[in-house]
Ligand binder design. Sequence first.
Ligand code: ASP
Length: 324
Amino acid sequence: MHKLAIYLAATAALAFTGSAGAQGYPERSITMVVPFAAGGPTDTVTRLVAESMSKDLGQQIIVENVGGAGGTLGASQVAKADPDGYTLLLHHIGMATSATLYRKLPYDTLNAFEYVGLVTDVPMTIVAKKDFEPTDLKGLIEYVKANADKVSLANAGIGAASHLCGMLFMSEIKTPLVTVPYKGTGPAMTDLLGGQVDLMCDQTTNTTKQIKGGTIKAYAVTSPKRLDALPDLPTVAEGGLPGMQVGIWHGIYAPKGTPAEVTQKLSASLQKALKDPNVVARFAELGTVPSSEAEATPEGLKSRLESEVTRWKPVIEAAGQYAD
Ligand code: ASP
């Protein structure tokens, strides 16, 4: 056969496989990687959304926790996976910050993935072990400045939301603290509850229940306004740290080359999940806001990721915290 004919036949075969795969998709279970430990905020969001999407897609979405290195291990695993729609990633703002925080990443943040859509926006809370001495944010700042070498601050590694928020806290009060990295803030919360670590800045998804139950102490929320779920908790601006305002967003990604029909189908299913009454009710209880229909699209996530890489680059460079 002529070379061109062979090439055309091969391309046609590939195109056929791609679209046939997308048409029947999904034909088997899908793995959704959470790049943090089980029991943490990203895990909680993922399991809620995955359960609803599984029902809609008629196939099980299995959640796999691949914690470590601030979310970059899990992201790397998905970047290398087959682009067939059967391996997905649910990651947060760390996808954007790790692009600057890591001098070398095993994947190219803006070119290694296809986009499914934004999932949710979640504020952070500054929390401490139950018997931590300071009673409000002002008192916390004074105490931490006077006892910097004794105060331990938990995070989920460089690139985690807890790392970003802790970094903002330390740079706002101009006081470095001893940081303790975990594979996720699920296990970090266990240590905070047990009093093995003093402080943490973590998403409301992981802290609301404990704050309401009085098992940990809370000082402030990083949103511009107080939350309906925690109306007594002041904002960071009310407490004198306006530079700590930060919102954590989550998105679903697929490896580069995943057919557009597949990401569109997943995006439509995500949009339905975000209107599922069970998801809506649980998100409200946890103080997290589901993304709008327009945001829960490939374009919505792409534009958020790109603008957030640009937004955090100078902040991280000014803080001078990098991982090799
Ligand atoms: N999202 C992480 C987790 O689920 C924690 C973090 O980013 O701080 O554990």
